[in-house]
Design a protein around this ligand. Structure first.
Ligand SMILES: [Zn+2]
Length: 280
């Protein structure tokens, strides 16, 4: 996307941001420096602390994902996004993490038409840096899902892959009949890993997929097995899951000493359309 079509807005006053040298400014005079990597920090009240995934988690996720184990999902996320996004539209990845899916989607759209904008944000600066490293065409900001730095009704497709869901904000930034593409874990996602860690593992609960103000237009169940063939790979997978931080040390050891593991990937890919008249 070109410099003068920036779609991020000022998080303080909501006015559009325009690039100005090495920063972006709004009409209200607020300004935000562009980082060396090319993103803007639009997180309010940030005092430089760490939000979201830390560097260790980002690196574990990068190492794991580079093995291609979730490629079938990335492919389907790209295809689903392509099918609902008009040429020249705007796609927002809300809570992009280190950008594995964002990058796949952007590349597919770029190949299709070369003029559909892809924007992404995440609350973790380390994650956003990683997206910047992967793909220079993605417009990037550090921001939170509950205060998206985007104007009302500006986005054609919002993407959410395993990120906290701030559905009111998703509805606000989407145009009427815009699409919402969401990937969520299925019942048996990584159940094999949990069996190795916990004495009484539980399966995921997949709650009702209905969302107020949206209609579900497509639902796909993606489930397959993959094999991790080294201790390092098992560790990388474990470190990118929430279990890594919830599990007592001695239980962690059970999985960190495994030399391999056969795992189940289980996802639902849901596509919604924003209904008319959802704005009060
Ligand atoms: Zn402003």
């Amino acid at each position: 996307m070109t410099e003068n079509t920036m779609l991020f807005v000022c998080p303080k006053c909501g006015e559009p941001l325009a690039p100005d040298g090495t920063r972006a400014i709004c009409k209200g005079g607020h300004s935000y420096d562009r980082s060396r990597e090319g993103y803007y920090n639009l997180l309010l009240g940030s005092r430089g602390g760490t939000h979201g995934d830390n560097r260790e988690m980002v690196l574990a996720r990068r190492a794991f994902l580079s093995g291609g184990y979730y490629e079938p999902l990335a492919k389907r996320v790209s295809e689903a996004t392509l099918s609902v996004t008009p040429t020249g539209g705007a796609v927002l990845d809300a809570g992009s993490g280190e950008g594995y899916y964002t990058d796949a989607v952007e590349r597919a759209l770029f190949e299709r038409d070369g003029k559909t904008c892809v924007l992404a944000f995440d609350i973790s600066k380390d994650a956003v840096r990683e997206v910047a490293r992967k793909n220079k065409r993605i417009s990037l900001a550090v921001a939170g899902s509950y205060h998206m730095p985007i104007s009302d009704g500006r986005i054609d497709t919002v993407l959410n892959t395993f990120s906290p869901l701030a559905i009111t904000e998703v509805g606000r930034v989407l145009r009427t009949e815009g699409a919402f593409v969401m990937a969520i874990p299925g019942e048996e996602h990584l159940y094999d890993l949990k069996c190795r860690v916990y004495d009484t593992p539980y399966k995921n609960t997949v709650s009702d997929t209905a969302i107020d103000g949206f209609s579900l237009s497509a639902s796909e169940h993606i489930k397959y097995k993959f094999t991790l063939d080294s201790r390092e790979k098992v560790k990388n997978l474990f470190m990118m899951t929430p279990y890594a931080y919830r599990t007592p040390r001695e239980m962690k050891e059970r999985v960190l000493t495994l030399d391999g593991l056969e795992c189940t990937a289980d996802f639902y890919l849901l596509t919604y359309r924003k209904l008319r008249n959802v704005n009060k």
